[in-house]
Design a protein around this ligand. Structure first.
Ligand SMILES: Cc1cc2nc3c(=O)[nH]c(=O)nc-3n(C[C@H](O)[C@H](O)[C@H](O)COP(=O)(O)OP(=O)(O)OC[C@H]3O[C@@H](n4cnc5c(N)ncnc54)[C@H](O)[C@@H]3O)c2cc1C
Ligand code: FES
Length: 371
């Protein structure tokens, strides 16, 4: 291997980014400083510099409603601000000595002059990390980041007519889209129907109303469900009579997404529909649980039949590949070398020799993964 190929080849344990030049620089740093880890040097200079992973520092925590908060994060070396509005990032927080990863839609518009990004988190009842974040994560905290990704994004050029249908925290990816359109001064014909229990519960209420008042082409319908009842899809004919002609971006609770999917299919306009799910439908049967062995890293961990193999690996300290953490992106696919695993969404059993998605699979007895 020539020097150039050696420099450009992926370095073991070093996270890659979408930029080949950045990968080369990170890989080269890792090699040149081996056997000492490059992070040992970089961390001394700045905790945000890492050749191995994307990091960020929380610079502001802002309450949005009683149970939601925006985190403004300054990403470190290697982060690209050319994400598409609507995409999400992976974020890892260290709580009680363990890293916990979740996905959050970016609420900021891309290419922020101050080089920060924002996510907005709603505390879920009994939700571990969302409650921790909303309950008082401190500015200054260092977080780990996974690069922005996802197909729930606005295309270029923008469609002439858009419908945004959101409920609760489902407004977050749409906020990034609206902010991006506003920033570019290019708000096309948009109807936004957003549901929240009360005015006080509606995230970004003031900003949404301000945007609608500043752009004639943007109409906002705020459905306050406690006083007005749930938004019935039949009401679209009144609120947005040409909804069948619009490209629709929809994000909200699972029940709402199912109803929308069924309605758009029934109307034969499913091609116009873009959906974002925040949670996996775990309606399949749980696995049996068992001991999960990670062959290459020689680690093992025992899990119950509701814990995913991805969570198992993270628990065991294995560097697990992942993206969406909900069965969409395929980033987490690994070979199943021995045993069987079960898909938590539909109960389907996968036997040894297959390639499986760790984020939505659990152990069906003892099993070994090629990691
Ligand atoms: C692409 C994407 C984008 C997202 N964007 C956002 C966003 O912008 N804002 C936002 O607030 N969230 C967003 N989410 C959701 C977010 O990733 C987390 O899932 C959410 O914050 C809950 O995490 P948690 O740790 O608090 O909950 P967890 O502790 O993981 O639990 C989640 C929920 O499941 C329940 N639960 C936990 N374990 C079990 C079990 N074994 N059986 C049954 N129920 C269980 C809990 O009671 C809780 O209600 C997004 C998710 C995805 C996939
Ligand atoms: S992490 Fe995206 S499919 Fe598993």
């Amino acid at each position: 291997m020539g020097f150039k190929e050696w420099l450009e080849a992926p370095a073991k344990g070093v996270a890659t980014t979408s930029s080949p030049r950045m990968n080369m620089l990170r890989g080269a740093l890792a090699r040149i400083t081996t056997p000492l880890l490059p992070d040992d040097y970089l961390h001394l200079a700045n905790p945000l510099w890492s050749a191995r992973e994307l990091r960020g520092q929380i610079v502001e925590v802002r309450a949005e409603t009683a149970d939601s908060a925006t985190l403004v994060i300054k990403p470190g070396w290697g982060f690209h601000f050319d994400y598409q509005p609507g995409q999400y990032v992976g974020i890892g927080l260290l709580v009680d000595g363990k890293w916990h990863w979740r996905s959050y839609s970016l609420t900021s518009a891309p290419v922020h002059a101050d080089k920060t990004i924002a996510i907005t988190v709603k505390a879920m009842p009994e939700g571990f990390l969302s409650s921790h974040i909303v309950g008082g994560v401190e500015p200054g905290t260092i977080v780990r980041l996974a690069a922005p990704q996802g197909n729930f994004a606005l295309p270029e050029p923008l469609p002439e007519k858009i419908l945004f249908l959101t409920a609760g925290s489902g407004v977050t990816p749409i906020m990034s889209m609206l902010r991006a359109m506003d920033r570019r001064g290019a708000v096309t014909d948009v109807v936004h129907v957003h549901s929240a229990p009360t005015e006080a519960d509606a995230m970004f209420r003031d900003e949404l109303q301000d945007l609608a008042s500043r752009h004639d082409s943007l109409r906002l319908h705020l459905q306050l469900t406690r006083s007005m009842g749930k938004f019935n899809l039949d009401e679209l004919d009144t609120v947005c009579p040409d909804w069948r002609e619009r490209q629709a971006w929809v994000c909200g609770p699972g029940g709402m997404l199912e109803a929308v999917e069924a309605r758009w299919t029934q109307e034969d306009i499913a091609d116009n529909l873009h959906l974002e799910r925040f949670a996996v439908d775990r309606s399949g049967q749980d696995g049996d649980g068992g001991t999960v062995t990670f062959a290459k890293t020689d680690r093992s961990v025992e899990i119950d039949g509701a814990t995913t193999l991805l969570e198992a690996g993270e628990k065991a300290g294995v560097q697990m590949p992942f993206g969406c953490r909900m069965g969409i992106c395929q980033t987490c696919v690994v070979p199943l070398e021995k045993g069987a695993v079960r898909d938590l969404r539909n109960g389907k059993l996968h036997e040894e020799g297959s390639r499986i998605q760790t984020c939505i699979s659990t152990a069906a007895g003892d099993c070994t993964l090629g990691l």
